[in-house]
Design a protein around this ligand. Structure first.
Ligand code: SF4
Ligand code: SF4
Ligand code: FES
Length: 508
């Protein structure tokens, strides 16, 4: 162990190991590649030790111990796979399955259920309780706007109750009744509707809490996943985007201890429909649809004719796209003014994750010297405005006055208000279809990766700018994300996604 952390030595399944002093055994074992099964323990929640699935044998202690509540001690000799431990796990499994409906083939959690997984690994015994004798509990309970409960499948691990109380800071869920009749319920007169409620879906280890949004859409083994970053606010929570048939089906949090720990807000969880819908599929000018080369030539003609062109960058553009825009101005249009900013109204942040600024890359835009405020720049009287990934009119309808009388070209992924009002629209790919990076309010840069094929004629912003530059007779050079990132880092090393990664190995 390094970094001045006090450590202890212990023996794990016959091998001498080290772990930080005070670490729980379940985590110390995992540190050395030994995965102890668990239901109630979750790294983001305080330990409770109620499911008993994680029991281990510790020499000189007569009873088996729950490894999720026992700190590792100097000289401990621990067995996680002894006959006694395996027998106890089988018993716990049998107990948990006594009243479980065993409806796995129709359960929406199939493929990612810890009950199924552990049954296959540790139990595999037929039930001694007939189906008709099982205690029946409520099914398809509407707990809140996002979450549906099937109380029969619940293993009463209380993760959902503890999440609401300890992380979201609200008393919305509780366990009522005793013994075999115990079940999860919302407090009388309350619903599960805190702004982080969707996280209980991810942490429920079985199919008891499922997502109303995702239920029965796709079997999880058909999904393809990419590491990404939420564009919803300047926190930039780490997420997984999951797609099927080139459409986003689900967004889930990705563990990142420095940014969002294990959670995302409900807004971020549902902020994906715009990627699937209302997309701008091809370039369009006053005379209708244009092929990409025609659009490049038309944009170049308009820019060449303009006397005072203005390029408006956005705090939603990636660092790589922002750098490409600067190259574009330098090499293709040195007389243009350039400004960055958005009219997106802030929302109320909170002390958990949500930040007031609803743009994911304000910090990156400022670091690259592109901030300046679109309002002031628009009032300075440009005759042509090139707007990139920025719905100025949709975010503030009064901005119409600022754009009146000006020629407008947009590079947009969606047919938003600004794109609809523009004289020339050029489609670009969303963050889910491209590679790039955003830098959050704390200066942490994270990369996102494509999970979808770009739709229609859309290209990355950098490719679209390179195409227009070529039509203006300028060469931007290679505009792939890797080349652009290397150029960004030469100028602004603080935007490196690798910075700080070694601290926990999980960001980026
Ligand atoms: S609903 Fe899920 S998370 Fe909540 S207690 Fe039951 S099994 Fe645990
Ligand atoms: S807190 Fe912000 S970044 Fe995180 S999930 Fe919510 S909207 Fe997205
Ligand atoms: S995981 Fe340890 S008792 Fe539940």
């Amino acid at each position: 162990m390094s970094g001045g952390v006090e450590t202890v030595r212990f023996t794990l399944n016959g091998v001498e190991r080290e772990a930080p002093k005070g670490m729980l055994l379940i985590d110390a074992a995992r540190l050395h590649g030994v995965d102890i099964p668990r239901y109630c323990s979750h790294p983001g929640l305080k330990p409770e030790g109620n499911c008993r699935m994680c029991v281990v044998e510790i020499e000189k202690m007569p009873k088996l111990q729950t490894s999720c509540t026992t700190p590792v001690q100097e000289g401990m000799v621990v067995h996680t796979e002894s006959e006694r431990v395996l027998e106890e796990r089988r018993r716990v499994m049998e107990f948990l399955l006594v009243n479980h409906p065993i409806d796995c083939p129709i359960c929406d959690q199939a493929g990612e259920c810890m009950l199924q997984e552990y049954y296959m690994r540790h139990d595999l015994q037929p039930s001694r309780v007939e189906l008709e004798e099982k205690i029946h509990k409520p099914k398809r309970v509407d707990l809140g706007p996002l979450v549906v409960l099937d109380a029969e499948r619940c293993v009463l691990c209380s993760r959902c109750v503890r999440f609401c109380r300890d992380v979201a800071g609200v008393e919305e869920l509780a366990i009522k009744n005793r013994g075999g009749h115990a079940e999860i319920t919302a407090f009388p007169g309350r619903r599960l509707e805190n702004p982080y409620s969707g996280n209980v879906i991810d942490i429920c280890p079985v199919g008891a809490l499922t997502s109303r949004d995702f239920r029965f859409k796709v079997r999880v083994w058909f999904l393809k996943t990419a590491e990404s970053v939420c564009p919803g606010c300047e926190r930039g929570c780490s997420i997984h985007i999951e797609q099927y048939q080139n459409e986003v089906q689900r967004i889930r949090p990705r563990e990142n201890l420095r940014v969002n720990r294990y959670w995302i807000c409900d807004f971020g969880r549902l902020d994906y429909r715009w990627i699937n819908e209302n997309r701008l599929l091809s370039a369009e000018g006053p005379s209708g649809r244009l092929r990409p080369e025609e659009a490049d030539r038309e944009a170049a003609r308009l820019l060449r004719e303009a006397k005072a062109p203005l390029l408006v960058a956005s705090p939603r553009m990636s660092n790589e796209s922002l750098f490409a825009l600067r190259l574009f101005r330098e090499k293709a249009l040195p007389e243009a003014r350039i400004a960055g900013g958005s009219f997106r109204e802030p929302w109320e942040g909170d002390a958990i994750l949500k930040r007031p600024d609803r743009n994911p890359n304000r910090r990156g835009m400022e670091t690259l010297g592109l901030a300046g405020g679109p309002e002031e720049a628009l009032r300075a009287g440009p005759d042509l405005v090139l707007v990139i990934e920025n719905d100025l009119l949709g975010d503030r309808p009064e901005a119409k006055e600022l754009l009146t009388g000006k020629k407008v070209i947009v590079l947009a992924s969606n047919r938003d208000a600004t794109a609809s009002a523009a004289g020339l629209r050029v489609p670009v790919a969303t963050y889910a279809e491209t590679e790039g990076s955003w830098t959050n309010f704390e200066g942490i840069t994270q990369t996102f990766h494509p999970v979808l094929r770009p739709v229609g004629d859309s290209r990355s912003v950098a490719e679209a700018l390179a195409g227009i530059a070529a039509a203006l007779g300028a060469d931007l050079g290679p505009v792939d994300a890797g080349t652009l990132r290397a150029a960004v880092l030469r100028e602004a090393p603080q935007l490196d996604p690798a910075r700080g990664r070694e601290e926990d190995g999980r960001v980026g």
